[in-house]
Design a protein around this ligand. Structure first.
Ligand SMILES: *Cc1c(COP(=O)(O)O)cnc(C)c1O
Length: 391
């Protein structure tokens, strides 16, 4: 399996077959497992083998298939699946940090990630320094000899800043800090985060892994020592486990993820290029466009611009007019979905932030995040052009 390419791993890695030798992965909807004898139960609680399970909060065969498949894809030794992307972000950070520890984080984060770093960790005595993630000098100044972890989204939500995984990892590793990357926007298809220096990679599986807007999920990927020694004890006792049914959805999602993500990325580039050339919007932000500030880094680190772009309509009123005129693109707040989705971050996902912080992060009143789906690219462009004209 080690020699398989990502597309083959995405279809086959981690498969466990029951005595019936089913083709499609089975859903083991069970909370627990029977032991033949009291001695077996005792032995399993002392140390469960690779294919031995105790309780679904600790692990489950369908969940284990998903964990093994996504770990194989990402190239990490192990993974722990979680109930949501946020359970993964919280689990990765909270399991390894304690009072008195220091963390450096990029400031441009998904609202809930920012909440964990700014509100939750600090409440338990963790010191967090926020930096402009695109500024290497700022990382260098903030990382201290006692820094335990650095955290960032490799492509930030929603302003699509791209952070240099290798350079930040080099700075962090010089002081033995753990590099935790929320890699949702880069997707497992384009990710090479581990090779570039990340120690731990976190995904919201709700996004491209499901890719069809059905279920919540997340995963923490890293070394066996980190996943089984640090993450698992925390998660199995605090209850952030993924449900077996959702793990099955994610397994089936992984099988088609590469085809979906590449098609969505191709369309995103087409739309960004055309909307920018039309010149009717104040700004089109897409890492795959040559004028993006980190375009060269994007090409080197990810190889493509991803499935999400952002457009600035100039004002909230114009943004709302544009959104309300869309016929194919739906107004919602998921991303990576087969359906194209538009979000107004300033009034929804990032509403909680103060006006100053929004301004600092580039979340302007006119900003719309556009997650590009699997519809016909020509139909999507026509829909967007009509909405821009209505604005
Ligand atoms: C959506 C998202 C999350 C949270 O994932 P959920 O599955 O919604 O909990 C975390 N980080 C990023 C970058 C996201 O886009």
């Amino acid at each position: 399996m080690k020699t398989w390419n990502k597309r083959t791993k995405a279809v086959h890695a981690g498969t466990r077959r029951s005595q019936y030798n089913e083709v499609s992965e089975a859903i083991y909807l069970t909370q627990g497992f029977v032991y033949d004898t009291a001695e077996d139960a005792e032995a399993r609680f002392i140390k469960a083998g690779d294919d031995e399970f105790i309780y679904a909060r600790y692990g489950n065969p369908t969940v284990a298939m998903f964990e093994d498949r996504i770990a194989a894809l990402e190239g990490t030794e192990d993974g722990f699946a979680t109930a949501s992307g946020m359970a993964a972000v919280n689990g990765a950070l909270a399991s390894m940090l304690r009072a008195g520890d220091h963390v450096v984080s990029a400031r441009a984060l998904f609202g809930s990630c920012l909440y964990i770093l700014e509100e939750v960790l600090t409440r338990y005595g963790v010191e967090v320094t926020f930096v402009d993630g695109t500024d290497l000098a700022a990382w260098k100044a903030a990382i201290r000899p006692d820094t335990k972890a650095v955290f960032f989204e490799s492509i930030s939500n929603p302003t699509l800043e791209v952070i240099d995984i290798k350079s930040v990892s080099d700075l962090a590793h010089a002081v033995d800090a753990t590099v935790i990357v929320d890699n949702v926007f880069a997707t497992p298809v384009f990710s090479d985060a581990l090779v570039q220096g990340a120690d731990v990679v976190v995904y919201s599986a709700t996004k491209h892994i499901d890719g069809q807007g059905r279920a919540l999920g997340g995963v923490i990927l890293g070394s066996k020592e980190f996943i089984r020694g640090t993450v698992e004890p925390y998660l199995k006792h605090t209850g952030g486990a993924m449900s077996p049914f959702n793990a099955w959805i994610m397994l089936k999602g992984l099988e088609t993820m590469e085809l979906r993500v590449r098609a969505q990325t191709d369309t995103a580039l087409k739309l960004a290029t055309a909307l920018q050339a039309d010149g009717a919007l104040q700004q089109v932000i897409y890492p795959g466009l040559p004028d993006h500030p980190q375009h060269a880094l994007t090409v080197a680190q990810i190889g493509a611009g991803g499935t999400v772009l952002a457009i600035d309509a100039g004002s909230q009123a114009a943004a709302f007019k544009l959104l309300n005129a869309l016929e194919i693109v739906t107004i919602s707040n998921n991303l990576g979905d087969a359906k194209s989705i538009a979000t107004h971050p300033a009034t929804t996902t990032h509403q909680r932030l103060s006006e100053e912080v929004k301004a600092m992060l580039g979340i302007t009143p006119g900003l719309i995040r556009l997650s590009v789906g699997l519809e016909d690219p020509g139909d999507l462009l026509a829909d967007l052009r009509a909405a821009v004209a209505a604005m």
